[in-house]
Design a binder for this molecule. Sequence first.
Ligand SMILES: Cc1ncc(COP(=O)(O)O)c(C=O)c1O
Length: 389
Amino acid sequence: MKYNFDEIIDRRGTSSVKWDGVQKYWKGRNDLLPMWVADMDFKTAPFVVEALKKRLNHEVIGYTFACDEWYDAIINWVNVRFDLTITRDMIDYSPGIVHGITFAILCFTDPGDKVMVTPPVYHPFFLMTEHNNREVVWSPLVLEDGQYHIDFDRFRQDVQGCKLFILSNPHNPGGRVWTKEELQTIASICAESGTIVISDEIHADLTLPPYRHHTFSTVSEEAKHHSITFMSPSKAFNMPGLSSSYCIVEDDKLRAKFFGFLQASELDEGHFLACIGAAAAYSHGTEWLDQMLAYVKDNIEYLDRYLKEHIPAIKAIIPQASYLVFLDCRDLKLSQKQLCDLFEDRAHLALNSGTTFGKQGEGFMRMNVGCPRETLIKALQQLEKAVNG
Ligand SMILES: Cc1ncc(COP(=O)(O)O)c(C=O)c1O
């Protein structure tokens, strides 16, 4: 491997939410190994850092617009990786995907309107909906044969009357890469009910072979005309601190409304370093990404083997994308509080409790394995001692 993902980097003292935030969120504790927030403990891709340094060497940080390289790199990347053909006018900057989804909620719904989510799911989808006084409609996924699936009968009923459906594509925390057929079904049901699909594709670049990501808007004409896509190089190249996300809207009417909303308040004013970082990631990223994903895949396999051999009461839902692993701990027969206590007080680990993602996450914990193998082994040994000790 050209890149070294085994390197242990001390991230403490950088105001890292994952590392320095443990003391804050776990009330002063400093004995927990953090395996929670979704960023990786690897160095940010080096060509991203080099591009940022090069720009800062200029020493004048004036007002700046999104550079041509940013648009070109996005257009090329989504075309090569996801078969998505777009033009420059279909792209707008978003200062983070959670911000972008919130802007979409504000733009396309009024207080009291219904927004659907499929729990267990990335919590800001429903938190931002609630915080903005819209009604959350819960259409739970079903766990079958070790993977999450959409119950389409239920989905069809639940989505009636919903202005928006927020889709995690691929899914966090379950790690599902939705098939083309599943996405086509979502598109046809949502087109019928007049529901706009907000497709959050932040984990798309982390799709693990042999799975293949489908950008929602590519699966059918209905999908293309009823959706807004959010993407970002932030997860894949480990640069979430740069707020480098963007949205793509292909339908003319939806685009005029959404981009008009963003522009009215300059919510889409790109951060100059974000555009430079994103352009560098997409222009030079293929080899780094392939190697990083191979490393993460090995981590997932290591975790799965370790659990089967040493902690069989905990089962990994094997992710088809990303470095987040939802751990099924239901065989331990503990309440969620007892489960969290086990991970914190006995295993000395900081993970996301499953119920963060909705009550359907009861009995689960989410573990981030985007870290050097040594860190993962340490965490698993601590967990084994806590469960079996
Ligand atoms: C599905 C999903 N969307 C969005 C985000 C966060 O995106 P951003 O940092 O751009 O707001 C995350 C981070 O974990 C995520 O998992």
